[in-house]
Ligand binder design. Structure first.
Ligand code: GUN
Length: 283
């Protein structure tokens, strides 16, 4: 088994983005990202801090809007509308999940598609579906980079995606399909789950259940990608995959932490750079 080093792949992507950012600055353009966070969710606060740090590393301009838990939909919408018009801001990201009284769909629909660096807006989701897109969703795009780093060609291979969320599962399946894998999506209602996961040459787990994927569910020699970010019974960070047992069986596996997590942020940086170029008509 070989470990896929998400931190190393992520650092290489960030380095490339930083170089391109330096080039872009020569033509007077500095990529700018606005990150909105509402409320006090501790995990979200960590993610947002890491996004700000990555902006700094890449030489981007960034603004953080930490809004109180009791923010109204109108206030949040007004902020997004203002940022849509702000020329310093090329990318707008509203950290999810939002407090339950706020509607994430309404916010996502308000973000100008050209500034939607999460690629959550229906226009961008549709563009991904037909394979003609500006932005790829950060986590699935990061997973594709990690798979590429193994040297394993997914063309014609069987890929199984566990989970069907709009943020990860669905777009993940689409990117694997674009890469010519034969793709199957499983979810909480799937019958004979183990039969399906055992058929996977590439298995992507994005279900949000600690250590759910056990060794008996994995094909010998599979590439296993763990998108999960959970706490185990001792409060320790762990993925959706029972790492200690599964690692004996697969060819490549991502650790948690240090696998997919760092990639999500690097791909966000890449999308923000792309947004800055697009908005300034620079190739
Ligand atoms: N919450 C968990 N993952 C993400 C993400 O990729 N983008 C945003 N905006 N919120 C998230």
């Amino acid at each position: 088994m070989q470990l896929i080093d998400g931190k190393a792949v992520s650092a290489a992507v960030k380095e490339q983005v930083k170089k391109e950012c330096e080039e872009l600055k020569k033509s007077g353009v500095t990529p700018g990202l606005a990150v909105i966070i509402v409320g006090e969710d501790p995990a979200s606060q960590v993610y947002v801090r890491n996004k700000e740090k990555a902006c700094e590393e890449c030489g981007f301009y960034s603004e953080k809007y930490a809004l109180p838990e009791n923010t109204t939909q109108d206030e949040l919408n007004a902020l997004v509308k203002r940022l849509n018009k702000d020329e310093r801001i090329n990318g707008i990201l509203c950290q999810l999940p939002l407090p339950s009284h706020l509607d994430d769909k309404e916010v996502i629909n308000l973000i100008e598609p050209i500034k939607d660096v999460d690629a959550f807006h229906p226009v961008n989701v549709g563009a991904i579906m037909i394979g003609d897109y500006n932005f790829l969703p950060c986590t699935p795009a990061g997973v594709m980079e990690l798979i590429k780093s193994t040297g394993v060609d997914v063309k014609g291979r069987k890929a199984v995606v566990m989970g069907r969320s709009n943020i990860v599962g669905k777009p993940m399946a689409m990117l694997l399909l674009h890469a010519d894998a034969t793709v199957e999506i499983t979810h909480s209602k799937t019958a004979d789950l183990k039969e399906i996961t055992k058929s996977a040459d590439i298995l992507v787990a994005a279900i949000g259940r600690a250590k759910f994927v056990t060794a008996d569910m994995v094909k010998e020699g599979a590439v296993v990608i763990d998108v999960g970010m959970n706490r185990d019974e001792n409060g320790k960070l762990c993925g959706d995959v029972d790492f200690e047992n599964v690692k004996e069986k697969c060819s490549f596996i991502t650790p948690v932490p240090g696998g997919v997590g760092p990639m999500t942020i690097s791909m966000l940086m890449r999308n923000t750079l792309t947004a800055a170029k697009l908005q300034n008509n620079i190739k």
